[in-house]
Every structure is written in C-alpha cells, then in structure tokens.
Design a protein around this ligand. Structure first.
Ligand code: C2E
Ligand code: MG
Ligand code: MG
Length: 597
C-alpha cells in the first residue's frame, strides 16, 4: 500500500517525460499563437493605414449606428473633421433622410439583407451640388450578434454629371432645350398608358411654322435658329403645367395635353399658340413674321396608338396648310383616307416612270393680238393602275419630296420637245412649248446640260422652249437659281413666271430674274367679272407688263365675258377651258388643224 502511495506522489520517469513533452507542445502552440496574433495585429494596422489613406470614404459605426471610426476621405467628402463625426450618427444619414422613400427602402434592405446601396444627390453647405455612392453593410460578430456597420462612400458627382449630360443630349433638343422626338414619343406613350388607366382624354397638337423657310433663307441660319428658339418659348408659354412641348425637328413642334376634361380645351390652346406666333419676331433689328399651322387629334376618339396619333395630327396640320395656313384643324376620318392615299401615291410613283404611266397633255395659248394659237403648255398626267387619273397638283409635290421630279421632269421636257417637232413636221408651224419646272430641277447642277442635250437631240431651237417657274422656287436658293436661269435665258430659252399674284408678286423679282412672260394666276381670272378688286389687279399687272416689256398671259379663262375683259385690258395671250382643256398631243394636232385657215 505504502509503496503504492509513494508511487502516486512521485511520478515515474515515463510520466515525467510525457509531462515535459506536453509542456513543450503547449509552449510551442502558445508562441505560435502569439506570433500569429502579432502578425494579425500587424496586418490590421496595415489595413487601418490603407483605409485611412483610401480615396473612398470608409465609416465604421457601432450597433447603435454611431461612428466609431472614419477615414480622411470621408471627412473630405462630408466637409467635417474626424472629431465632429466620431461618436455621432454619420452625416450621410441626414442626406438619406431627405429622400423619405429612399430612407424607408434602406431600412428595409438593411433588415432583410443586412446591406444597402444607392446613389444620391446632395447640396453642400456652400450650395454646391454633389452626388455620392453609399454602400452600408452590417457586421455580425462570432456569437452571431450585430456588432457594427461599415459604410463605403464615394464621390460620384462628375460621373453623374456626365451621365446627366448624355441623357440630356439624347432626350432634349440642343437648340430650344425642349424635349426632342425620342423623349416626346416616350412621354406620349407614358401619358397614353396613364390616360387609358384613368379613362381620360388626351389631345396631341402638331405645329408647323408657316414662312419659316423664307426667314431662314433670307436672314441666314443663325437668325433662323433664334426664331425657332423664340417660337418654342412662345408655344411653351401657351400650355398648361402638365403639358409637354417638344421640337420634332426643323420647324415642327408638338404639344401633348393629357387629362383633357373637355375636347374644346385643345382648340383654345391652339388658338392661343396661333396668336402668340403672329406677333413679330425681332431678329437682327428687323421684324420677321411667321404663323403656325396646327393639326389636332384626340385620344382615344381618333386613335389609340402613339404612331397613329402622330400621323393623324400631321395630316390635320397639312389640312390646315391647305386651307391657307395660320389656322388649326381637327383630325377627321376623311383625312385618314388622304394619309392612306398620299402613301399609295408615293408607292405608286416609284414604278410609274418605268411602267410608262406618265403622259403629257397640252393646252393651247391664244394670242389676242394675232388671233392665232402661238403657244402650248405641257401638263403632266399620271394614269395610275390603282388610283386612276391623279392630278399633278397631288403627285408633283410627292415627286418633289422623293427627288424623282428631276428624272421625271427631264422625261417630260424630252417628250414635249419631241411633240413640238411633230407639229412642225405636220406643217402646223412653230408653237412655243412651255414646260413647268420644279424647284428641285432648277437646283440640280446638271440641269443646264440636260436641257442642252434634249434640245440638241430634238433638233429644236431654244427660242421655242419656255420654262415656267414660280416665285416660291426663286425665294429659296436664290443665287444658284439666278445663275441657272441666266444661263438658260442667254441660250435663248424663254422664262415665264407662273401663278403670278399668288405669292409676293414682288416687282424686284421681275428686275432680278430674266423673265419674259408673266402668267396671271387663274384665281384672279375666275373673279375678273365679279370682283372689281380682281379686275383691277389684272389690269395693273397687264399695264405693268407693257411698261416693263413683258408678255402677259391670263390662265384659267372659262367664259366669253372673261375673254372680252382681258381683250379690253390689252392682255397678250389667254389660256383656258374656253378655248381647250389640256388634251393629248394627237388631239391637239386635230384642234390646230381645225383652227388653221
Ligand atoms: P399650272 O402650271 O398653273 O397649270 C395650270 C393648271 O390649270 C392646269 O392644271 C390646267 O389643267 C388648269 N387649267 C387650265 N385651264 C383652266 C381653266 O379654264 N379652268 C380651270 N379651273 N383650270 C384650268 P393641272 O394640269 O392639273 O396642273 C396643275 C399644276 O401642276 C400646274 O399648274 C403645275 O404647277 C403642275 N404641273 C403640271 N405639269 C407639271 C410638270 O410637268 N412639271 C411640274 N414641275 N409641274 C407640273
Ligand atoms: Mg404652268
Ligand atoms: Mg399657273
């Protein structure tokens, strides 16, 4: 027993060795742990140093969201010192609270995900706008309890400004600052969806300035820009708070009027815009005048889709132009037919020339001096397989729009010259052949040489060809028009001013351009026997023609009474249904034969 108790008190050698080994292991582990801790502490210090010098703001908060540490970058971003920030709730919290919905969303996200981030605009103490990106994360300790929050804050003012600039350029017209087409379509679609939900009406106004081109061409593009700017301001001043005014391009503006209580509100605004546009625009010290043509369409009565509404408003605007400009028109179902027709005219014209669907008719001109038919006007006809006979008044503008008028116009001159030769060959003598030109043709660089080629091919002397131009053709692109006309006139080709009296009828045109003949517009002739004013205008034009030694032709003569008055006033030539309608070349050959003694 004793020896036993002795053996319990004094450990055996083996036991001692074990103890020693254990001690050594423990010491080893301890010193290793100590080393690791030192290493970790070193790394932590390094980390703290890095964070301190980061350009991104870092803020650490305790579980109560009070700041326990903050780096220099955040002090710079917030404009506060470390002492001012430590121990309090972070300054960025006030900024988040300025946006109540954002603040709610942030709290919800922190609760659910333990993290939240966003970008916010703020204003510094000195009133400067800045933007920051904030990202907050909760930090959970080893026991699973929320112990801290970490926030990273960066200044994104420049990037946000750049983004806003890009967004602005993509959505706003740089000249007027109004929404552009892209934003207009976007707003229209949003408004339409809202109106459909609320069962409300919306009006869309399409505004095109009348006479803008003239200002732009005469005063230059800078002044034209000034006018557009001012026009945009005036239009916007006529609208209500929730309306959108946009510039679609050129001189075209639109107004979206949502929540229309009464469809009659739309014309009230339209009239206000018309009135605002009629006031003179002072550009470069001189007063310029434009007016507006406005088309109105109503959602959902006229259409439900944005594209259809825009087409409707555009068609109604065209109608306003046709009705003499400076007025507004509502979209109607028959306008829709016109839109469809315009489109089928456009499509049909593409193949018309190669399918030989164009034709030329001729209308004779009677000389009141000699009593002979001395001239002829060639008038184009289009026999469309789908639309039947289409009036040139409808298809020529479309040919002009597409540029096809250059090719088709050259074809017409060629056919007309060939017809002239046929009458010469038939022994009917030389009839001066007049062809109508469009602005596009005159502007074409190659036009003079094309005409020379045609004259040479048809073996026709230039003096038997007459080109009819209108004032509006001369108003735009004046310089090149003058030089082309002068070359043609020097070649011996006659030049006639068509539809005289309907435009500016400025005497200066007669002086500046080489014009041999003035054609009095048929609108005056129609009223010559009923309106004394029109009779007086015609008399004045004829007298002016005599003084300036220009030939005067009256068109649209339909009655003997009109003819008698024109004779009395001393008009040189007449043209009209009274003598002959425009007819095919062969029919006119018969006509000439019948009227030649
Ligand atoms: P415009 O040059 O002023 O031609 C006169 C128009 O008046 C013609 O219409 C003619 O048919 C019509 N007219 C002639 N006499 C009378 C009359 O007594 N009463 C009435 N109410 N009308 C009469 P049309 O042929 O329909 O041509 C319309 C316009 O289309 C022309 O007006 C001209 O500006 C243009 N046009 C016609 N052919 C051509 C062409 O080959 N090239 C170009 N660029 N334009 C053309
Ligand atoms: Mg004509
Ligand atoms: Mg005419």
């Amino acid at each position: 027993m004793r020896s036993n108790s002795t053996s319990e008190a004094t450990p055996s050698i083996v036991e001692l060795n074990q103890l020693e080994r254990l001690l050594a292991e423990k010491t080893d582990a301890l010193s290793q742990a100590l080393m690791q801790q030192r290493e970790a502490e070193g790394q932590l210090r390094l980390l703290v140093e890095v964070i301190r010098h980061l350009s991104i703001g870092v803020v650490i908060m305790d579980a109560d969201f009070c700041v326990t540490s903050v780096n220099d970058a955040y002090c710079a971003i917030s404009g506060k010192s470390e002492e001012e920030i430590l121990g309090k709730r972070p300054p960025f919290e006030d900024l988040i609270k300025e946006y109540p919905e954002v603040y709610d969303a942030a709290q919800k996200s922190m609760r659910l995900n333990g993290a939240w981030e966003s970008e916010l605009w703020g204003k510094s103490d000195c009133g400067e706008k800045f933007a920051i990106h904030i990202s907050i994360t909760s930090i959970i300790d080893q026991t699973g309890r929320l112990s801290q929050y970490g926030a990273i804050i960066s200044d994104v003012t420049q990037r946000k400004k750049d983004e806003e600039h890009i967004r602005y350029q993509a959505n706003f017209d740089t000249l007027t600052g109004l929404p552009n087409r892209a934003l207009f379509v976007d707003r229209l679609e949003q408004s339409l969806a809202a109106m459909a939900r609320a069962d409300s009406k919306l009006a869309l106004l399409f505004i095109d300035l009348d006479g803008f081109k003239l200002v732009n061409d005469t005063l230059g593009h800078d002044k034209g820009d000034d006018l557009l700017n001012e026009a945009g301001r005036r239009i916007a001043s006529c609208t209500r708070g929730g309306d959108t005014v946009a510039r679609l391009g050129g001189d075209e503006f639109t107004v979206i009027m949502p929540n229309l209580h009464d469809a009659r509100d739309a014309p009230v605004v339209a009239q206000r815009i018309l009135d605002a546009l009629t006031a003179p625009f002072v550009l470069d010290g001189t007063e310029s005048f434009v007016s507006g043509s406005i088309g109105i369409t109503i959602f959902p009565d006229d259409a439900k889709l944005s594209g259809d509404l825009l087409k409707n408003a555009d068609a109604a605007m065209y109608r306003a132009k046709e009705l003499g400009k400076a007025n507004y028109q509502f979209f109607t179902a028959d306008l829709n037919e016109q839109v469809v027709e315009r489109l089928s005219i456009k499509n049909g014209l593409i193949k018309a020339l190669e399918r030989k669907e164009f034709d030329l008719y001729y209308q004779p001109k009677l000389s009141l001096r000699s009593g002979n038919f001395e001239g002829v006007e060639a008038l184009m006809r289009w026999d469309s397989p789908d639309l039947g006979m289409v009036s040139p008044a409808r298809f020529i503008p479309v040919l002009e729009e597409t540029g096809m008028v250059v090719e088709v116009g050259a074809w017409a001159i060629q056919i007309a010259c060939a017809q002239h030769q046929k009458w010469v060959d038939a022994g009917l003598g030389q009839k001066r052949m007049a062809v109508n030109l469009s602005a596009r043709q005159l502007r074409e660089m190659s036009f003079v040489s094309v005409l020379q080629d045609i004259l040479q091919e048809s073996n026709m002397s230039p003096e038997w060809l007459e080109i009819e131009i209108t004032e509006s053709m001369l108003m735009s692109d004046t310089e090149s028009a003058i030089s082309s006309l002068n070359v043609l006139h020097d070649m011996g080709i006659h030049v006639a001013m068509d539809d005289f009296g309907t435009g500016y009828s400025s005497l200066s045109y007669l002086k500046r351009f080489p014009i041999d003949t003035i054609k009095i517009d048929q609108a005056f002739v129609a009223e010559i026997t009923s309106k004394s004013d029109d009779a007086e205008i015609i008399r004045t034009i004829i007298n002016m023609g005599k003084t300036l030694r220009r030939q005067v032709v009256a068109e649209g003569v339909e009655t003997e009474a009109q003819l008698a008055l024109l004779k009395e006033y001393g008009c040189d030539q007449v043209q009209g249904y009274l003598l002959s309608r425009p007819v095919p070349g062969d029919a006119l050959t018969e006509f000439f034969r019948a009227h030649t003694d």
